[in-house]
Design a protein around this ligand. Structure first.
Ligand code: 48F
Length: 261
């Protein structure tokens, strides 16, 4: 025998007990990041490395969002300076294509960014979809309502499965173009999205980073979700702004945590 003797019941208990122990802890967080794309992973790495209890909630099985594929199903990632400094931090090799523009391999960059977030101590709840917010006094965002992702794919007549929720002192919307947390506020008339604009690489990346921040009490918006909220031009397949927006979102969340104790 190569492997130690272990029975099926042991495997089942290892999965269920491990998951439930973690899940019980996820009920209460400093920061919940909705969406594990490049902005979400960068923010998670920054926050968790400073000892902030950080949970990423991701609707897919896999993390990384649009960061695996650069554009047009071609897995080269472009990053405009100074975004390559984040690639340096996480140890991703890249080449200079032209002045101010760097190119690296999507799978290498994405897997390193996921590892950096996990190594920093961020926790991950995948196959879980955020479909609403928890609100407190003066409509402050205080958490998110979640359900298993497959529930939303089932026919309506067999999906009377109530969701549950997790609390957070700060929620960050990193859901990309869909801006799904912001959309939950919009459904209640608490915020108005403009929808992202047409592509304009030169303008878009600065604009996304500049607009990253608290957009509603308790809610920070970053990445392409910021474009959708504020009507900023889309940038296409270049990712420096996603990385720097994740960093700025982490700073904004830290400021809220410090301000509100
Ligand atoms: O779309 P995504 O990569 O967002 P991002 O971090 O980066 C955008 C770029 O990838 C690219 C671009 C700029 O270069 O235009 O699109 O802003 O990642 C968003 C993640 O959020 C997840 C989704 O599966 C993806 O992994 N997500 C979206 N809605 C939900 C969600 C939801 N309701 N609940 C949980 N996860």
């Amino acid at each position: 025998m190569i492997f130690d003797k272990v029975e099926e019941k042991d495997v089942t208990r290892a999965i269920t007990e491990g998951f439930l122990k973690d899940f019980s802890s996820y009920a209460e967080n400093d920061v919940v990041i909705v969406g594990g794309g490049p902005s979400g992973l960068t923010a998670a790495k920054e926050l968790a490395s400073q000892g902030i209890k950080t949970l990423i909630i991701e609707r897919n099985n896999y993390l990384g969002g649009g960061f695996w594929i650069g554009g047009y199903l071609m897995n080269k990632i472009t990053v405009r300076a100074p975004g390559q400094e984040v690639l340096d931090e996480i140890g991703v090799p890249y080449e200079k294509f032209t002045e101010g523009l760097y190119v690296c391999d999507g799978p290498h960059a994405c897997s390193k960014l996921i590892a950096a977030a996990c190594d920093a101590g961020a926790k991950i709840l995948n196959m879980t979809k955020v479909d609403d917010v928890v609100l407190r006094e003066e409509n402050r965002v205080a958490g998110v309502v979640i359900n298993w992702t497959p529930i939303s794919a089932l026919p309506r007549e067999i999906t009377c499965v109530d969701p549950i929720s997790v609390q957070a002192k700060v929620v960050i919307d990193g859901t990309g173009h869909d801006a799904e947390v912001v959309a939950a506020l919009e459904r209640r008339g608490l915020i108005k999205t403009k929808g992202f604009g047409a592509m304009w690489v030169e303008k878009s990346e600065d604009a996304v980073v500049e607009h990253t921040g608290e957009c509603h009490p308790g809610l920070v918006v970053m990445g392409m979700a910021a474009s959708t909220l504020y009507g900023l031009p889309r940038m296409g397949p270049t990712f420096g702004a996603m990385l720097l927006s994740g960093k700025k979102a982490a700073e904004a969340a830290m400021e809220i945590l410090e301000r509100e104790g």
